[in-house]
Design a protein around this ligand. Structure first.
Ligand SMILES: *[C@@H]1O[C@H](CO)[C@@H](O)[C@H](O)[C@H]1NC(C)=O
Ligand SMILES: *[C@@H]1O[C@H](CO)[C@@H](O)[C@H](O)[C@H]1NC(C)=O
Ligand SMILES: *[C@@H]1O[C@H](CO)[C@@H](O)[C@H](O)[C@H]1NC(C)=O
Length: 223
């Protein structure tokens, strides 16, 4: 990992004034692992009719009631039997918090998505209320602050945190080392001013680190 990080850092420092995407994980359609197409293709078609038939899949339908979590949308992937939540249409911090107070039959989700959302500026502490994710993907939105413990749902589950292209000035970097499975962290294209290298040093699973386009001072040494 050491070598890998050094290579990435080299890229961070050398390309921060150019287009970081070319060096650090291009996010264009063909390569983006969470492109909408890929996400939508494998999805089971959970219709209104099936909502009231728990035996539909042979066991309790894992998604919460659609109306309880609207405008978030829960999808179930029958191939890898995982669920994901898309909250791109959420209208306020308060609404997001209320949604996670709904009854969730299963608590472990694959992905949480918000994209192209102008309404959520603060990801509030404890907002996910015990629902966990392996991937947190809040991109191309207006997020400014991720509060301490906002991501406490996912210390043991998150392998990927992607908050690329927001207006983040405040991220709880010193909480990062708690994420035991974190392998990809992307906070590129935000407004973070100081990044403490120390925050990443305990992350033994880390493979991809993208900090580009933040005008950030990176303080300390990556080891
Ligand atoms: C998308 O990624 C591929 C592979 O890196 C690259 O060749 C292509 O130019 C990229 N396209 C855009 C629109 O950035
Ligand atoms: C999430 O929902 C929005 C509509 O609110 C849609 O445009 C987008 O494609 C969805 N994204 C994914 C990954 O399903
Ligand atoms: C989803 O359900 C609709 C309406 O029942 C149906 O027309 C469509 O073919 C279904 N799609 C898939 C992928 O099963």
């Amino acid at each position: 990992m050491k070598t890998h990080l050094i290579a990435l850092l080299y890229a961070v420092f050398t390309c921060s004034s150019t287009d970081g995407r070319q060096f650090l994980g291009p996010q264009n359609g063909s390569q983006d692992p969470v492109s909408n197409d890929a996400f939508n293709q494998n999805k089971v078609n959970v219709t209104q009719d099936s909502r009231h038939q728990p035996e539909y899949y042979g066991y309790e339908r894992p998604c919460p009631n659609a109306e309880d979590i609207a405008p978030c949308v829960c999808t179930y992937d029958s191939e890898d039997t995982t669920m994901s939540l898309n909250c791109s249409a959420v209208e306020s911090e308060d609404q997001l918090r209320q949604i996670f107070k709904s009854y969730f039959p299963f608590k472990n989700y694959r992905s949480f998505y918000i994209k192209n959302n102008n309404n959520i500026k603060v990801l509030e502490s404890g907002v996910f209320n015990g629902i966990s994710f392996e991937r947190i993907d809040i991109t191309y939105s207006n997020l400014e602050v991720i509060e301490l413990h906002a991501l406490d749902c996912c210390y043991e589950t998150a392998s990927e945190i992607n908050v690329e292209v927001n207006r983040i000035t405040s991220f709880p970097f010193h909480e990062l080392s708690i994420f035991s499975k974190l392998s990809n962290f992307n906070i590129g294209y935000n407004s973070v001013s100081i990044i403490l290298a120390d925050a990443f040093n305990g992350l033994t699973a880390l493979e991809g680190l993208q900090l580009y386009n933040n005008q950030a001072n990176i303080v300390g040494t990556f080891i």
